[in-house]
Design a protein around this ligand. Structure first.
Ligand SMILES: C[S@@+](CC[C@H](N)C(=O)[O-])C[C@H]1O[C@@H](n2cnc3c(N)ncnc32)[C@H](O)[C@@H]1O
Length: 249
């Protein structure tokens, strides 16, 4: 797997800053956090709920799921703002990295204290979803806790069943899963902040496959580092319905 870009300055506030190397020795970061601020979670969820109101069954796929922060953010946003959203769950979440996938499967999450303010801002009770754990979640090569990089530390929390029951974590590559996907115009693919690690040729291949697999009306959601991916999607028959939300035309 070839990586064309590696950000050697890691973000300031994260739930992890693990970096691992692919078989070719290239580094990939697994950093993520709850309610990443560059995305409008509420607007995107409102759109999805309306857009799929007449669909009985949905396939919500999350690629590059890391430690679970993103899946939990999505679930909380749907539950706090909408009724009857069971059809979105369970989210099927995939990450190629065994270490970070095991962290997600542990039902524990390291949370930066600053992220709790995002719950307050939204009027959401943080304690409903996360409880302080006596166990510590240790992630190999995660330099976050002792790096002094963050002015506020992370602490380990136990994730509530409300969340863990609504997502299934799998240790698989998104390339393999997408190849086998069967769409019925009822798919949401969340694929945020991963493709930018890859070469243009790989981004081209992946978005071509997505365009081939997804039928009219299905959605593809990208991240703040994915401007180039967005351009590829627009060239391949997706239209932008919201910032970083693309619909197959
Ligand atoms: C920077 S994190 C992004 C996490 C999250 N999506 C977000 O935006 O906060 C990138 C993640 O992509 C995963 N990844 C890299 N290649 C992958 C692949 N082929 N299939 C699935 N996940 C992959 C990495 O292991 C890492 O956890």
């Amino acid at each position: 797997m070839k990586i064309s870009f590696y950000p050697n300055i890691q973000p300031g506030f994260c739930s992890n800053t693990r970096v691992y190397r692919t078989e070719d020795g290239n580094p990939i970061g697994t950093y993520t956090r709850l309610f990443r601020t560059e995305f409008d979670w509420e607007k995107a969820s409102d759109f999805m709920v309306k857009h799929f109101k007449d669909k009985e069954d949905l396939q919500f796929i999350q690629f590059a799921s890391s430690d679970g922060s993103e899946a939990y953010t999505q679930i909380i946003t749907l539950l706090e703002n909408h009724d009857n959203v069971d059809k979105f769950f369970p989210i099927q979440a995939y990450d190629i990295d065994t270490e970070i996938c095991n962290a997600a499967k542990s039902g524990l999450l390291n949370i930066n204290i600053t992220d709790q303010y995002k719950f307050e801002d939204r009027g959401i009770d943080f304690k409903k979803y996360f409880k302080k754990s006596d166990k510590e979640l240790n992630i190999d090569t995660d330099t976050l806790k002792d790096s002094g990089r963050q002015s506020r530390p992370t602490e380990t929390f136990k994730v509530s069943k409300t969340l863990t029951d609504r997502v299934k974590f799998h240790n698989e590559s998104m390339f393999d899963i997408l190849k086998e996907h069967k769409d019925n115009s009822n798919t949401v693919i969340m694929c945020r902040n991963v493709l930018f690690f890859f070469s243009d040729r790989q981004i081209d291949q992946f978005t071509t496959l997505a365009a081939y697999k997804l039928k009219k009306g299905s959605l593809f959601i990208t991240g703040e580092h994915d401007q180039k991916v967005n351009l590829f999607l627009e060239l391949k028959g997706f239209i932008r319905v919201l910032p970083n939300v693309y619909m197959k035309a």
